[in-house]
Design a protein. Sequence first.
Length: 369
Amino acid sequence: MAANVIIAGDCGPAHGPKDGFPVSGYIDLIVPTLQAADFRLVNCMRTYSTNAAESSDAPQVAQPVEMAELYTQAGFDGITMANNHAFDAGPQAMIDTVDLFRAPGIQVTGAGRNFADASQPVIMEKEGLRIAYLGCTSLGKSDGSAGSTTPGVLNVSINTSYEHRGPHAPVRILTNPDQTELAKLLVVVRNLRPSVDRLIVAFHSGVIRVPRVISDYQVTVAHALIDAGADLIVCHAPHIPKGIEVYKGKVIFYSIGVFAMTKPFAAPSWSEPAWSHGAIRNHMDLDPNYPFMPYGTDSRFALLAKAGFAKDTATRVSFLPVFFDQTYKPQALEAGDPRFTEVVEYIEWASVDMPHTFTVAGNEVVVTA
């Protein structure tokens, strides 16, 4: 009794057939890798509805319904919609998207008509082995957290404070999860855990675009989820890969990057002083070869997290290095490819001071303590 699960990151191209990008084109290089797994999971960053409200901040979120064919063509079994964009086009567009995925049998977690609905996990079963996938976020809109009778996402909000250390030192930014909301999430995890053999939590969180930096709250929440019973934590949101930690024998991916994403414009932050004066640009600029993936040079590669689950043995966790070509197609790399080494070395750099060991095994990188 064993099952392999592949978990992909942020997904939702904003360019379709009218722009010269066939929907199926985004996945034709990666489909063989996905099909080799028993189950496939991903984070949906868009809404697909005819009832979308206009959003001046993120107009790319509201996509035509036909763009959702990417998820069925890729064969995804489960989708998390617990993220910062699920509510951008309004609650009805979010609910329409949940229903659109569920209609052909794709399970959705992390968003729904109310807290109970948003807290429902994806359940995968193979030969008596039950695996759950639960989506949550710390980046939900202020009015977009699911309530007892209101739609939204499964959200844990974050409190931010600043420690001033004088004019000679940078201000320290302190971030902590709201304890009441975190407690509610942990109750969901504890109640779910006895009914499944393994539990994956997708935690949409983290500092976007800036390499290596992991926020205090991410560590706090990820550790608490494992203490409550989670077997694997997979984070996304920064749009670039970040470090990997092994905590109490369980693996935490602090960001696996994007899976298939495009956007027609760069974030306004690139015109802010921190970028234009070079304080952050020195570490990450926009890549002119990827004008429709304007998340920084490090977004040109990503990870697929992979878990091998069995009833009576320890979980085998690994990652598959992925690179994007200039038509925004992700492709899993082979170990002999120089880009494979580039990704592994980058993740080693991003994981400094975190407990971990990486071992190349075939075309995967196995993660152990």
